[in-house]
Each structure stands twice: as C-alpha cells, then as structure tokens.
Design a protein around this ligand. Sequence first.
Ligand code: BG6
Length: 484
Amino acid sequence: MSFDLVFFGGTGDLTWRKLMPALFQAFRHGKLPAGGRILSVARDEQSDAQYRTWLHERFRDVEGAKRPTDEEFERFAAAVFYRRMDLSQPEHYTHLKEWLQNRPEGPAGTVVFYLATSPHLFTQICEQLGAAGLNHERVRVVLEKPLGHDLESAQAINQVVRSVFNESQAFRIDHYLGKPSVQNLMALRFGNALFEPLWRRESIANIQITLAEGLGVGTRGPFYDRTGALRDMIQNHALQLLTMVAMEPPSSSDADAIRDEKLKVLRALKPFTPESVARDVVRGQYRAGHVEGKAVRGYTDESQVPPDSPTETFVALRTEIQNWRWAGVPFYLRTGKRLAARDAQIVVNFRQVPHAIFPGKQRANRLIIKLQPEDGLELQLLAAKGSAHGENLAPVSLDLDFDKAFAADRVGAYERLLLDAIAGRLNLFVRSDEQEQAWRWVEPILDAWSRDTEGPRPYAAGSWGPAAASALVARDGFTWPEEV
Ligand code: BG6
C-alpha cells in the first residue's frame, strides 16, 4: 500500500542517525512498500535537492556495509522530500495537507507522522494536525521517547493525543521492543513448551537485566542532564524488557492481548517507599577513567553539563513482582553509561538442585538472553567430564548465535518498527496505560532523590558502577554476571 511518511524534526539527530539509515536499509532489503514518499520537515529553509545533499553527507557516518553507494543513495533519495515548517503556524499544516493530497495517483493509503522532536512540541503538533483534519483514519502518529518527563507530563501528552487520534492510531516507540533478540524472547517463551513450566518462582532464583553502555553522554549533555538514567533507560527500555520476561502467556499475538499482559506486570511491581528507595536503589555518576583502554573524562566535565550536576548516569535496583508466579523472586535492573562494556542481557538464574549428590559446590543453571552486542541465547548446564577424580562436573554452554544463524533475515530495531508503523502493526509499540503505569512506578524514586542531598555515588568510567550495586545483589546471596 502506498504511504507518505513525514518526519517532524527532519534535520534532528534522531532522523539522520537512526531513522533515515533504517529506512534506507528497508529500501535496500526491498521491504519499503512501493509508491512511498518520505517528507522531512524542519525550521530551516532548503530545497529538496539541498536536503538530499545534506542527508547524503550525514550518511557518510553510517558504518561499513550499511553505508549506501552513491547510486543506491540516489535511488533512495528520489523518494525523499523536504519542506520548511513553523510548527506553531496553522497555515503550515494546511500546506502540509496540500502536499499530502498532491499525488499523481491520489492520496496515499497510509500517512505516518513521526514526531522526532523534543516532547514539549508533541501536544502542539498533534493539536495542529487535528485542526487541519490530518487525523483521519488513514493517519498514524509515531511518538518517540521520552514521552514526557514524569507522570503528569506524560498524561498531559496522552490526553491531547487521545483527543485527536484513536489509541489504535498512536504508535509510542520503544526501540528496544524492535530488537530481534526481544522478539526472540517472545518466541522462546511462547513458541516452546520447554521453558514455560520452569518460568516461575519454584524454579527461578532471580532475574537480572543489564543495559550497559561504554559510551558517555557525547553531545547530548543538555538533554541527558535534564533526564538521567532512570528516565532515559529504566522507565522505558528496562521495564519493557521486564514485562516481556515476566508476563503471563497472552491469549493471542494481538497487540492488545500482549499489552494487557504487560500492563498487569507493571501493575504488580512492588511500589517503592522512601525506605525501599534508600535500600534497593543505587544511583551513580561516572568520574574520569578508562573505557576499552582509552582515557575518558568524568560526567561533570562533559560538554554542556553543569560542574555540580546531580544527574545519575547509572542506576541499579531491586524489585519484586507481586503475583503468584513471581512472589519473592528478586528482579534486578541495572543500566549505566561509561561502564566496562556495551553489554545488554537478561540473565535468568535458576535455583540450585534440591538435593546435591555430587561433591563440591555446583553452579546453578543459567539462561542468558543476549541482546547486544551479540544477539543470542546461552544455556549454562553442568556436564560430567568423565575424569576419575572427584572434580568430575564441568560447566558447559549451549550457545546459539542468532546473528549468524539468521543473518539474512535480521533487521535492525528502527527498520522493523518503521515498517510496522507503516503497516499498522501495533504489537511492538507501547500503549498509553503501560507508559503511564511505568511512570507511576518510578515516581517515588524521583521524589526520594529530589529530597536526598547525598547525590549519586561516584564510579570510575570503565567499571561496572558503584560498589553499592554489587552489595545490592550480594545482600540476597547473588552476584552480577561479571562477578561469577
Ligand atoms: C536511547 C537512550 O533510548 O537508547 C540513549 O536515550 C541510549 O541514551 C540508547 O544510548 C541505547 O540504545 P541502544 O540500542 O544503543 O542500546
């Protein structure tokens, strides 16, 4: 079906770093529906040709094999257009409407508005789209995270979105849901009979979700300093992963069947109190150090970050899910910038065997769902070496590398999500009630921090965060994966 895809924030970082390269990959893979047009709108005055040249320059930053040849770029860019827009001016939306209607073969089957702007513009854009009649049934609106700064601002945005669009037209993006490994988690849990009987408190000792980055805040200082790791990564990406791991089997693969189950998990998360925040949440901020052998500066020396900033660049926390399946099982979430490595994974630590018949300490089984840099699955088991001596058991791993196994079919997160938005598939997008519930859950942490004068704990860049994060799991008798 033909489509028009409009990027608000067409000259912004997200558009040229992630969205356009992802669309290009979809184009290269032959997945972009024919007859599509891509329109970037932003404040600057420039022609289509100037925008294409500008974009071509940006594409030189695209890594290795993903970079288009000049000939490929030209073919892709033939469908890319640019218009200047002042987002506060109603007549500019009228011009946009005219542009959308002005197609030789008639209006597109689908119109997708992608709001890749700062969230404070979301309500204005939605209201103006509504006023211009650009909210009809063929329209979808994609809202990039962060959607608001707290529960109140998220609710305010959602209220406007709901007053202009139906919920089925609203695509709230969390790009972690588009990662192949996260799809695979669904397949693992609900496409196999093997794990489901074990996926509960009787067999699982604890679950650890780590989203670690080696990078610092780079050029995003002003944004990041207002945001911090809790809002940037935990409220959305980490909690979405947690819902995927912990939800009950949905009755079907329909978007709402899945989102209903995810919402139940978020509602069952143990609420924080000032006491439990002090005990179960660790916040940190990086100091100068070395990452992969390179000296890097501390957070407060980063460009456009205030020297006395109290913003956290690391969070580790312990929570529980209050339902029959998970009662008493600790879930640990951890994220940070300038950590020892780029490493995102979910570790499911199974319980020890109920009665040990072999001598020595035995390691419990562990399932590692690797999100990045590798995309795979590792199941750690114990095997017998067959030696004549006492030390007979050895850990072995069933190790699956999906990047290799499915190389030809793997698509990046944004590519997948953009294609889903164009096709109207909502499964991998977040519903407003999920998002608001996630804010509700993190708010007591934000409140407690706003009253706490101690600030974040320092950690050296290139480490795994403050020592208190190790103590958090050690208190329950566990360790993080790198400490095993
Ligand atoms: C974004 C955050 O949502 O996710 C960034 O705003 C973070 O701060 C990024 O770096 C991480 O995404 P990925 O896919 O590189 O793990």
